[in-house]
Design a binder for this molecule. Structure first.
Ligand code: ADP
Ligand code: MG
Length: 246
C-alpha cells in the first residue's frame, strides 16, 4: 500500500531524513517510534506530500507521485490526499463551522458531492466515532477528545486507503486520551492500513503489527512489538524504552 525507497528530505542545509526505506502492506498497522527530532513527523508529512521529498520515491497503492508530469502535479496531490488521510496532534478543525460542516467541507469542495450526499456521509462517519449527537456543536463547544474524534471522522469521510496519525493524543488531557485511542483501535480492527506516531507505548504494543524505530533521520530498528519491546537490538532503542514510562 505504501512503498518508500531511498527517501531523503533536507530543510535548508539540514538533512532530516537520510535514506528511509519502508513498506506498509494493505491492512498493516505500523507504529513509528523514536526520540523527538528524529524525523517521524517529516516522514508522515512526506507520505501525503505536505512536504516534498528532496530525493527518493514514494508509491501509494502503486502510484508514484514523483514521476507525474509537472502540469498535473496539483491534481495528483489532491488525488493523493483523498487516498491518504492524516490526523495531527492539534485538531485543526475550522472553528467557524460546526462538527458536521467540518466533516462535509472537503466532500463538497474536493470530491464535488452534493450537500445532501456529503451530509449523509458526514453523519455516518460522525456516528462511527461516537459524535453524531454533537453534530451541530462548534469546536469551541467540544472537548479536545471530541474535537479529535471529529477530525478523525473528517479524514475518514474521504474514504482513504491509508490513515496517518501523528501523535494524535499528545495534546489531550490524560482523561481524554482513552476515547480517541479507542476510536483509532476500532479503525485498526476494521482492517484500515495505518501508520501512527505515538508516545502511548501500551497502545503501540497492543495495536501495532510492526514497530519502526527511527533515530536521526534513519530507521535503525524494525520488528514486531513483542520483539521490539522485550528485546530491542540497538542500544538507542533500549535507551528510548527505558525513558518512556509505560
Ligand atoms: P519528530 O517528529 O521525530 O520529532 P520532525 O520530523 O518534526 O521530528 O523534525 C525533525 C527535524 O527536522 C527537527 O530537527 C526539526 O527541527 C526539523 N524540521 C522539521 N520541519 C522543518 C521545517 N519545516 N523547516 C526546517 N526544519 C524542520
Ligand atoms: Mg513529530
Amino acid at each position: 500500500m505504501i512503498e518508500i525507497k531511498g527517501l531523503f528530505k533536507q530543510f535548508n542545509n539540514v538533512q532530516v531524513l537520510k535514506g528511509i526505506d519502508l513498506i506498509v502492506k494493505e491492512g498493516e498497522k505500523v507504529v513509528i517510534l523514536g526520540p523527538s527530532g528524529s524525523g517521524k513527523s517529516t516522514l508522515l508529512r512526506c507520505i501525503n506530500y505536505l512536504e516534498t521529498p528532496t530525493k527518493g520515491e514514494i508509491k501509494i497503492n502503486g502510484h508514484s507521485f514523483e514521476n507525474g508530469d509537472k502540469k498535473n502535479k496539483e491534481k495528483h496531490i489532491a488525488q493523493l490526499r483523498t487516498e491518504v488521510g492524516m490526523v495531527f496532534q492539534r485538531f485543526n478543525l475550522f472553528h467557524h463551522l460546526n462538527a458536521v460542516d467540518n466533516v462535509m467541507a472537503a466532500l463538497v469542495t474536493i470530491k464535488g458531492l452534493s450537500k445532501p450526499e456529503a451530509r449523509s456521509i458526514a453523519e455516518a462517519n460522525l456516528k462511527k466515532v461516537g459524535m453524531l449527537e454533537k453534530a451541530k456543536n462548534f469546536p469551541s463547544q467540544l472537548s479536545g477528545g471530541q474535537q479529535q474524534r471529529v477530525a478523525i471522522a473528517r479524514a475518514l469521510a474521504m474514504n482513504p486507503k491509508v490513515m496517518l496519525f501523528d501523535e494524535s493524543t499528545s495534546a489531550l488531557d490524560p482523561e481524554l486520551v482513552g476515547e480517541v485511542l479507542r476510536v483509532i483501535k476500532n479503525l485498526a480492527e476494521e482492517g484500515m492500513t495505518m501508520v501512527m506516531v505515538t508516545h502511548e507505548m501500551k497502545f503501540a504494543k497492543d495495536v501495532a503489527d510492526r514497530i519502526v524505530f527511527m533515530d536521526n533521520g534513519i530507521v535503525i530498528e524494525e520488528a514486531p512489538p513483542e520483539i521490539f519491546f522485550n528485546n530491542p537490538t540497538t542500544e538507542r532503542a533500549n535507551q528510548f524504552l527505558l525513558q518512556e514510562s509505560y
